[in-house]
Design a protein around this ligand. Structure first.
Ligand SMILES: Cc1cc2nc3c(=O)[nH]c(=O)nc-3n(C[C@H](O)[C@H](O)[C@H](O)COP(=O)(O)OP(=O)(O)OC[C@H]3O[C@@H](n4cnc5c(N)ncnc54)[C@H](O)[C@@H]3O)c2cc1C
Length: 450
């Protein structure tokens, strides 16, 4: 049977993998991964997560996975020649970086580059408005996305055979990071998902906003790396829904909606690649920003003196992950309290997050900054103290990540300045006056509009 090369990228799994299925149906499969020097731009947490998933993929292919270092447009044709492959199969790419790379590789090949599926339930670009244009607002997109629907998970033929005649290189050791990579690879991610699906998901609607609880699925790293396909998750939601209570069904729906946000942002970046690093709307085109300085560093290091912001930024440093509620708060703090352009914060997040994803991250930032799709109105400035009191009502989240405040009980942890011993353990004083900076943000906005 003719050999088929499967070039893995954002799809480090063997289950529900349409491109792998297409290859296995056409012949014996050479699974390959290219250590592209361009990937070195990813931060240590993301790199470590990727190498963890790659090791697991190596085991899942019974050691057949061939890993080579180099430019994909040189490595892939070389592997094709060595294996005598008659096609290269990939999951279709949708980001500006991935599409440009794939065009280069396609030009370097004398066999077809066959794209089957994408890292999304519905391929970006597929869902369109009645007039054929792309959506710019989430709710109508999500309605059309649901209506469009998706295929059932793809099953790998049991008779598939791996090519073993091509030599690869050893998978490099992952950089040492503190990041929590427990659910980066396919098997553990699916295990975590099934545990979440078996119970905790029923409370998702209520607990997803609570960083002090383990109330979210933690699937973002596996989704980023493609260790699980979102369609697998969506199919499971449909499967369990009829057996759940009405309240639990609301939670399942909510989870589906969160996955739709991921799909929406990928669709937006597909149609507007420029929006990855430029304001999506020009609403704030004339607003002046401050250059990142010492206070930016305090924000990065979790030393702003605002407990909830600092807890989030320290969780990011330690875990390579941050709870969604705190991502929004940290982004609001940087853009509205420190008046720094969202791109600086987005870059810092990408450098640190194990799930760092250009579409979800940069549009998450733009949403908060007021320049994105469905932008939260510019005048909505998160109050870091109220956010803490509301979403970390036990104070456990702050105490977990800010040891200098562990002596403060309950909600007192959110206002150390009100406790006699609030600064007994060297917690930094607030670097700014939130009310004054909120007003400053609004004044800049009014002036820019006028
Ligand atoms: C400033 C900012 C930056 C962000 N950066 C990223 C990023 O780099 N990578 C990333 O995957 N997500 C990002 N998000 C979205 C969200 O914070 C994370 O997806 C979520 O916290 C991941 O945890 P989880 O898997 O436990 O989420 P769950 O609550 O269990 O959600 C399930 C899945 O739905 C998707 N999802 C949930 N919320 C969002 C959202 N707001 N936007 C897009 N997809 C969503 C994710 O794929 C997530 O894994 C960002 C949000 C903000 C506000």
């Amino acid at each position: 049977m003719p050999a088929q090369l499967v070039w893995f990228r954002r799809d480090l799994r063997v289950r529900d993998h349409p491109a792998l299925v297409a290859a296995a149906e056409a012949g014996e499969v050479l699974p390959a991964f290219v250590l592209d020097p361009a990937l070195e731009r990813a931060g240590d947490a993301r790199t470590a997560a990727m190498l963890t998933a790659l090791e697991a993929l190596h085991r899942a292919t019974d050691g057949a996975l061939v890993v080579r270092r180099g430019k994909p447009e040189e490595v892939i044709p070389a592997l094709v020649a060595e294996a005598g492959a008659e096609a290269v199969h990939v999951s279709g790419e949708t980001t500006p970086f991935g599409r440009a790379r794939d065009r280069r590789v396609e030009r370097s090949l004398d066999v077809p580059l066959v794209a089957t599926g994408t890292p999304y339930a519905v391929s970006p670009g597929r869902v369109r408005k009645g007039d054929g244009g792309p959506f710019r607002v989430f709710t109508p997109f999500s309605r059309a996305w649901l209506e469009h629907g998706w295929r059932a998970p793809a099953e790998l033929p049991s008779q598939h055979r791996w090519v073993r005649r091509v030599e690869g290189e050893a998978i490099p050791d992952a950089p040492e990071v503190e990041a929590n990579l427990a659910w980066s690879a396919e098997e553990p991610a699916l295990e975590r998902w099934h545990e979440f699906l078996d119970g905790p998901i029923d409370d998702y609607d209520a607990s997803r906003d609570r960083p002090d609880l383990d109330g979210t699925s933690r699937m973002s790293i596996a989704l980023k790396l493609g260790a699980v396909h979102p369609r697998t998750l969506l199919a499971d939601l449909d499967r369990v829904a009829p057996k759940r209570s009405k309240a639990a069904q609301r939670s399942l729906k909510r989870y589906q909606t969160e996955l739709a946000w991921r799909e929406f942002y990928a669709d937006v970046v597909f149609h507007h690649p420029r929006s990855a690093w430029h304001d999506f709307t020009d609403a704030l085109a004339r607003i002046p920003y401050d250059e990142p300085g010492a206070s930016f560093v305090a924000w990065q290091e979790g030393r702003t003196g605002f407990p909830m912001v600092d807890a989030g930024m320290r969780q990011l440093r330690a875990e390579g992950w941050m709870h969604n509620r705190v991502r929004m708060l940290a982004a609001s703090f940087l853009t509205k309290d420190l008046h720094v352009w969202w791109g600086h914060g987005a870059q810092h997040f990408l450098d640190r997050l194990a799930d760092g994803d250009i579409a979800s991250n940069n549009h998450g930032w733009q949403w908060t900054a007021g320049t994105g799709t469905d932008a939260s109105p510019y005048f909505r400035v998160f109050n870091p103290v109220l956010q803490g009191q509301r979403f970390d009502p036990t104070g456990d989240y702050v105490r977990r990540w800010v040891p200098e405040l562990r002596h403060l009980e309950g909600k007192r942890v959110h206002e150390p300045w009100k406790a006699d011993d609030g600064y007994a353990h060297d917690y930094p004083e607030r670097i700014l006056d939130h009310a004054a900076e909120r007003q400053e943000a609004l004044d800049r906005y009014e002036a820019a509009k006028g």
